[in-house]
Design a protein around this ligand. Structure first.
Ligand code: SF4
Ligand code: SF4
Length: 776
């Protein structure tokens, strides 16, 4: 573990030199920690209480077990840091020992007639080879029973039904079967509402686990706007789990939390209960206070349980830490805080808080701002996937600021602050959002903050002048593409004549002088290419495909220096012909566009017009959807799938190659290491596995950089806001530059940014497929 202390000292617990140096610079701190450990070990009653408390999961207060389990003060510090929530120091790096990921798994959704039956089963299963047993009460099952893919029988279960979702794992198939038989035998004699059936099929057990995964979002999705979703986390001795759960259900009912659900990890006696709470009135806050008081009394006085089992103590549970642990143990925690942070500078008020009302004061309101984001519960699950997270804002932060803007507009309490927030949001929130929608892929309530950004952009483009310009572009799309081609050719020629250093030297100052209006040139700019003639050649081959080269691939070719010189549409044509396809182009191809470039700028009407034109042309070319359509650019295809007639079978390159070409071509794997980049649209269309399969058929080693997500290029935003692309790809170069010979993706504009920030030439996967295949 690498820890940074309040005075800036750094301690690497795995490095003996660092430990030695720390003991020289901080002898007093180490002495105090050591003495505290000895004091606890010498106090039999206190030591026994700590050991007993940690027999079940516990994260209330500090990890006092560190004081009884270890003698070396560095070991004690390391283990005290766990769960200390930044109140003792900052953990900047940690190495975990992880559990084994077994190759064979099976799951069963066991349905019991009552909570007592389910908890008796959990106590038995604790002795069996069971990796997980998730308990779900009737309300929890009811909250997801109408969702797509849920078993029909959920709706017919009795009022007291309780489910256990059980997983067993093994190294071999035979061991798995033995586990299953043993588990079923162990439960013989216990009443169930349905026979116990295990499945080892991934598709089937994934559906079962989706029930469990859907519980928290289900409450979030139905919460009244303005209320907060609260998830609590308690633990009881497993022998008394049934009794405790029934009591918990009773308290939730008594306080009229009618939407509340209970689920949890039965083997550990750990329950989560989720409910919604309005904090906007004094009566509601008082209801919450009384409920929390009663819950804590019940958990502590009746069961000697844990008020926090695996989540943090935070501010909400801080007033109850002493209640759970008692005076002596709480005194230890206060001493620990004092040793590490005598001036109470680190995360004050968290874990140790002398205010008994800390959990009901300074409550943040959740005002409405826009229906697209109003359901946000500010959990932060979306943050890691956002390309602007290290540059400006995360999706959660965007929503929080929008809520504050709406609140200030309503209350009018601080016009200066409101003006400042509105002005700052233009760049921080709107301009640096890539509108890629990756946030929706990890959000439990499926919020796409990019949609909200598009709406803001739409509002900003409603003026007459912008609409007039956008209508002209949409109506003269072929001419605009010609202008772009000329521009790219001029820049390509300048690149040849002057070299990239000269142009780069002038590009940045010129952009600065223009107030960042001129797009930033870079050495991987594509050259302009001729559009495909679009002549349909029918040989009446049994295989026919409608090929729609996107406007991007009709204008942008490879960059200077790329060993592949041909435009993508020519390479695509050759690959398709090798596989025996006749190619049909939609009519008037030079005027066609899916609408993505318009939509991302908020030009919704023009985007819809272009999409409708393209849809009509594709319906005609495919004779009403009878033939597959290939579009060579993944983000364009994604939009086409969203807005076009479902009768059309629409494919982007990876899926088309995987599903319709691989069996028609002979692959000769190249002795190379290549990188692949999954675009956001590929991820949303769940094509990442197919992409890897295709690439692995082509090259001996395929690298998918783990820490690289959305590239942030976002169509033309990589030219207008290159810092977004740069920030999003800051982990790319170290992951691929030394090992890979080239990079492959399926969106030309993304490939420009990927090339720039890796030093490799990124291009469409179709180039690689072309290089390593011949007709079967
Ligand atoms: S938008 Fe982000 S913070 Fe809000 S609910 Fe979704 S994941 Fe949580
Ligand atoms: S759309 Fe992309 S850039 Fe915008 S908030 Fe979501 S993840 Fe971040």
């Amino acid at each position: 573990m690498r820890i940074i202390f309040r005075d800036g000292t750094l301690l690497e617990t795995s490095d003996s030199e660092s430990c030695k140096s720390f003991s020289q610079t901080h002898p007093v701190l180490l002495e105090e920690i050591k003495n505290l450990g000895m004091k606890v070990k010498d106090n039999d009653t206190l030591a026994a209480r700590i050991r007993r408390k940690f027999k079940i999961k516990n994260t209330t207060g500090y990890s006092l077990n560190a004081l009884v389990d270890y003698a070396d003060p560095i070991d004690i510090i390391e283990h005290l840091m766990i769960g200390s929530e930044g109140t003792l120091g900052f953990i900047s790096e940690i190495v975990y020992t992880t559990v084994v990921e077994h190759p064979h798994k099976a799951s069963a959704l066991m349905i019991f007639p009552s909570m007592e039956n389910a908890c008796s089963a959990a106590a038995i299963l604790k002795q069996e080879p069971v990796a997980a047993a998730e308990v779900m009460d009737r309300a929890a099952l009811r909250s997801v029973e109408d969702k797509e893919g849920m078993p029909q029988y959920l709706k017919q279960l009795s009022a007291t039904t309780t489910a256990l979702l059980v997983e067993t794992r093994a190294h071999t198939g035979e061991e798995l079967r033995e586990n299953i038989n043993g588990i079923i035998r162990s439960l013989e004699g216990l009443a169930t509402e349905r026979p116990i059936e295990f499945t080892d099929k991934v598709v089937e057990y994934t559906k079962l686990w989706n029930i469990r995964k859907g519980l928290f979002p289900a409450v979030g999705a139905v919460r009244r706007i303005g209320t907060t979703v609260i998830i609590e986390d308690v633990a009881f001795p497993i022998k008394r789990l049934a009794e405790a759960t029934l009591e918990l259900q009773g308290l939730l009912a008594e306080y009229h939390y009618d939407e509340a659900i209970i689920f949890g990890h039965a083997l550990e006696g750990n329950l989560h209960f989720v409910f919604t709470q309005d904090f906007s009135t004094a009566e509601e806050v008082e209801r919450y206070r009384r409920f929390m008081d009663d819950i804590c009394k019940m958990v502590v006085d009746q069961y000697d349980g844990s008020l926090k089992a695996e989540h943090g103590t935070g501010r909400n549970m801080a007033p109850y830490v002493e209640m759970e642990w008692g005076k002596d143990a709480y005194g230890l925690m206060q001493e620990i805080k004092k040793i590490f942070d005598p001036k109470n500078l680190l995360n004050p008020g968290i874990i140790i808080n002398h205010n008994p009302f800390a959990h009901i004061e300074n409550l943040k309101p959740l005002p409405t701002t826009n229906p697209i984001v109003d359901k946000c519960i500010e959990c932060g699950f979306c943050e890691t996937s956002c390309p602007s997270k290290d540059l400006t804002l995360t999706p959660r932060q965007r929503i929080v600021i929008q809520r504050e803007i709406s609140r200030l507009r309503t209350t009018r309490e601080n016009p200066t602050r409101l003006k400042q927030l509105e002005e700052d949001y233009v760049y921080q929130g709107e301009q640096t959002c890539a509108v890629d929608g990756m946030c929706a892929t990890t959000c439990p309530v499926a919020i796409d903050t990019g949609e909200h950004t598009k709406e803001l952009r739409h509002n900003n483009t409603r003026d007459k002048q912008t609409q007039k310009w956008a209508n002209w572009v949409a109506a003269n799309f072929d001419r605009v593409a010609d202008i772009a081609r000329i521009g790219l050719r001029i820049s390509h020629t300048a690149h040849i004549l002057l070299g990239f250093r000269v142009i780069e030297k002038f590009a940045r100052p010129a952009r600065r002088l223009s107030g960042n209006r001129i797009p930033l040139w870079n050495r991987y700019m594509p050259r302009g290419v001729d559009a495909p003639a679009g002549n349909t050649v029918r040989h009446s081959a049994p295989l026919q495909v409608v090929y729609f080269p996107s406007c991007i691939s009709r204008t942008m070719g490879p960059a200077k220096g790329d060993p592949d010189k041909e435009p993508l549409h020519e390479v695509t044509l050759r690959v398709l012909q090798k596989a025996g396809y006749d190619i049909i182009y939609p009519e008037n191809i030079s005027r066609l566009c899916c609408g993505t470039p318009f939509e991302s700028k908020g030009l919704v009407e023009q985007a819809d017009i272009k999409a409708a034109e393209l849809e009509e042309a594709l319906m005609k070319a495919t004779s009403g959807g009878k033939l597959p359509v290939l579009c060579d650019t993944s983000p364009c295809l994604y939009r086409m799938r969203q807005v076009m007639n479902p009768a059309l079978s629409l494919y982007e390159p990876v899926e088309f190659i995987h599903d319709l070409l691989m069996d028609k071509l002979t692959f000769a794997q190249l002795p190379r290491t290549v990188a692949i980049h999954n675009t956001c649209s590929s991820i949303k269309m769940e094509l990442t596995d197919k992409f890897r399969t295709v690439a692995q058929a082509c090259a001996q080693k395929v690298i998918v950089p783990e820490k690289v997500g959305c590239c942030g290029f976002a169509g033309d935003r990589g030219f207008t806001h290159p810092e977004l692309n740069e920030s999003a790809l800051n982990e790319l170069r170290p992951a691929v530059a030394q090992t890979c010979s080239a990079g492959y993706s399926n969106s030309r504009t993304c490939e420009i940014g990927l090339s720039l920030h890796s030093g490799l030439y990124y291009k469409s996967i179709l180039y690689l497929v072309d290089e390593c295949t011949k007709s079967a």
